[in-house]
Ligand binder design. Structure first.
Ligand SMILES: [Mg+2]
Length: 271
């Protein structure tokens, strides 16, 4: 339906499925501060604060020496439910005799969860409104498939004025098996009447790209605005971009009757 430039590659896309955290929003710039603040609030009531803090960092996949999240760790790749269980398990192991499991769950809900509500902490990786409106105007459908809750995902899209352009949203608390399972992407393609082969998947994690592979997506695009390095993404990606800022609607045949031959020779599908 629409020729889309992914850096210097052109792909004829009917659907682009974006990940949210680390893709639409810069992972470190958006999530590091609320993560650290949330951990401090969790450990505040514990006697051995430094020990609990270190164990939470290790368990969730955060290197406090470098300030970097493990690209394959739970905080970077998993759902809020799974992250929550990991946190409560650590808290419970350090809890005093007067604290039980439900107290630790309450701590999680009251002290950690609220740090990620709203959209003020989110730093978009490009002008989302410009990108999404241009794709939509060209007839390219847009899906957002996130491990974050669907309500968080929808409020983030609304907060950045792009909700009207998004045709399908799946969150980590929804009915689909989590990435890298292909189910959410296959459902999006079917519901929107799009062939997976004419779908591009864009994400900052290997699990996003593996979802694309499992679903038979025509193009898998890694971005470097998340926790993963170029080397980590390269194996599972057809190409790696610095950010989604390198995605633009291409000048197509209707705009340019005689495109230069090399426009077509570099199409990833070889057509
Ligand atoms: Mg991500």
């Amino acid at each position: 339906m629409g020729l889309v430039q992914f850096g210097c590659h052109t792909f004829d896309a009917d659907l682009i499925a974006f990940d949210k955290d680390g893709t639409l929003f810069d992972f470190g710039a958006s999530l590091r501060a609320p993560f650290l603040a949330g951990v401090e609030r969790l450990v505040a009531g514990f006697a051995g604060q430094s020990e609990v803090r270190a164990e939470l960092y290790r368990t969730l996949g955060y290197n406090s020496a470098t300030g970097v999240f493990d690209a394959r760790g739970p905080f970077a790749t998993s759902t809020n439910v799974a992250i929550g269980y990991a946190i409560v398990t650590v808290l419970y192991q350090h809890a005093g005799p007067e604290q039980d499991w439900s107290d630790c769950e309450k701590l999680l809900q009251e002290e950690f969860g609220p740090m990620f509500e709203g959209t003020r902490h989110l730093k978009a990786t490009t002008r989302l409104q410009t990108l999404f409106s241009s794709l939509s105007n060209r007839g390219v459908k847009i899906a957002v498939i996130s491990n974050d809750d669907a309500s968080h995902t929808e409020s983030a899209l609304a907060g950045f004025d792009v909700a009207p352009y998004v045709d399908f949203v799946a969150g980590g608390d929804g009915p689909f098996p989590h990435k890298p399972a292909p189910d959410a992407l296959l459902e999006a393609a079917e519901r929107l009447g799009v062939a997976p082969a004419r779908t591009a998947v864009v994400g900052d994690a290997v699990t996003d790209l593996e979802m694309g592979r499992a679903a038979g997506a025509g193009l898998r695009v890694g971005v470097l605005t998340g926790a993963s390095s170029r080397e980590e993404l390269a194996e599972a990606a057809d190409l790696v971009l610095k950010s989604i800022g390198e995605i633009t609607v291409a000048v197509g045949p209707t705009d340019q009757p005689e495109p230069a031959p090399d426009r077509w020779s570099d199409r990833p599908d070889g057509q």
